[in-house]
Design a protein around this ligand. Structure first.
Ligand SMILES: NC(=O)c1ccc[n+]([C@@H]2O[C@H](COP(=O)([O-])OP(=O)(O)OC[C@H]3O[C@@H](n4cnc5c(N)ncnc54)[C@H](OP(=O)(O)O)[C@@H]3O)[C@@H](O)[C@H]2O)c1
Length: 288
């Protein structure tokens, strides 16, 4: 079968964590994949393993998507080579950092990846998605989108953007073949930063964690069923409703107590001067 007769799913941030789990879930359902992540020798090996195990086609695209031209390059490459019917905007970063201690580069990276890259890829690839009888966009937000979370500040605000953007987009695309779904998971132990932060939390907060594999299953099932929004897991749904029903001022007070615990003693990413940090340095700073 020619590539033009097949359909493909693009997943950003597919080399690790939730993105990797979503890629496995999609391959299991026979979807051909385009996996994008930072340059990473593991990405190709992962792609090859999926091809072998699930008899699907996997293409890898390694890049730092926060470079200004990269979302355009990726979208162009996809348009020229693959009929795309699913776009999964998963790549995202954020950590716990008092804004006083945060380097501008830390803030910049969150804004670039969580907001700019997601919005541009969506905008550039909608014409491709519209060429099919049924297509999907899955945007990965966070439970953090629903509360003012002191000591994370920019991250929850960026995820509130993802949530609002996805709901608006879904309404705009009503009547078109494209269904938009937003996934807002709670904590998942995907990388060393999340794991370290989670270990500083109390018992109750630790119970809210979900495995990336379980979250991926909820996500892909819900997306293919055309759901508007997905909050995986009963405890996360409960937290969502608690956040909705609690006034902001009380939430900020309570959440500050919870999330201050995630900030390690004397953590700072602020440089002595205000020069932008290099891309390399940025990536080190922002493991989710
Ligand atoms: N983990 C949680 O507790 C949690 C909770 C709620 C929501 N989320 C959301 O879930 C999504 C995935 O999070 P995760 O915890 O699975 O993340 P992760 O384990 O840190 O993986 C992030 C993925 O994004 C890629 N990536 C990072 N910066 C990139 C860049 N500049 N250009 C291209 N690719 C880049 C990474 O590539 P490399 O592997 O090459 O570094 C990796 O594939 C994010 O949107 C996050 O906000 C996470």
């Amino acid at each position: 079968m020619e590539a033009r007769d097949k359909k493909y799913t693009l997943i950003t941030g597919a080399s690790a964590g939730l993105g990797k789990a979503i890629a496995k879930e999609c391959a299991l359902r026979g979807q051909n994949l385009i996996l994008a992540s930072l340059p990473h020798e593991g990405l190709h090996l992962f792609g090859q393993a999926l091809e072998k195990k699930h008899n699907v086609e996997v293409h890898c695209y390694e890049t730092d998507l926060t470079h200004p031209e990269e979302p355009y390059r990726l979208a162009r490459w996809v348009k020229q080579n693959f009929p795309l019917n699913i776009l999964i905007n998963n790549a995202g970063v954020g950590s716990a950092m008092p804004i006083d201690n945060a380097a501008p580069a830390y803030i910049d990276n969150i804004l670039q990846l969580n907001i700019r890259v997601l919005s541009l890829l969506t905008c550039l690839l909608i014409p491709e998605l519209k060429k099919h009888r049924r297509s999907h966009i899955l945007n990965v937000g966070s439970l953090a989108a629903f509360g003012p979370i002191p000591f994370k500040t920019v991250y929850p605000a960026s995820k509130a953007f993802v949530n609002a953007f996805s709901h608006c987009l879904r309404s705009e695309l009503r009547g078109s073949p494209v269904r938009v779904t937003v996934l807002n998971p709670g904590a998942m132990l995907t990388n060393s930063d999340v794991t370290a932060r989670n270990s500083r939390q109390g018992w109750l907060q630790r119970q809210l964690t979900l495995s990336p594999e379980a979250a991926a299953r909820y996500a892909v099932d819900g997306m293919l069923r055309g759901k508007r929004s997905i909050i995986p897991g009963l405890l996360c749904k409960l937290s969502y409703w608690l956040m909705r029903l609690t006034p902001n001022v009380i939430q900020s007070f309570l959440l500050a107590r919870v999330f201050q615990k995630e900030v390690p003693a004397q953590q700072s990413s602020k440089p002595a001067d205000i020069e932008p940090a290099s891309g390399e340095k940025l990536i080190q700073l922002h493991k989710n």
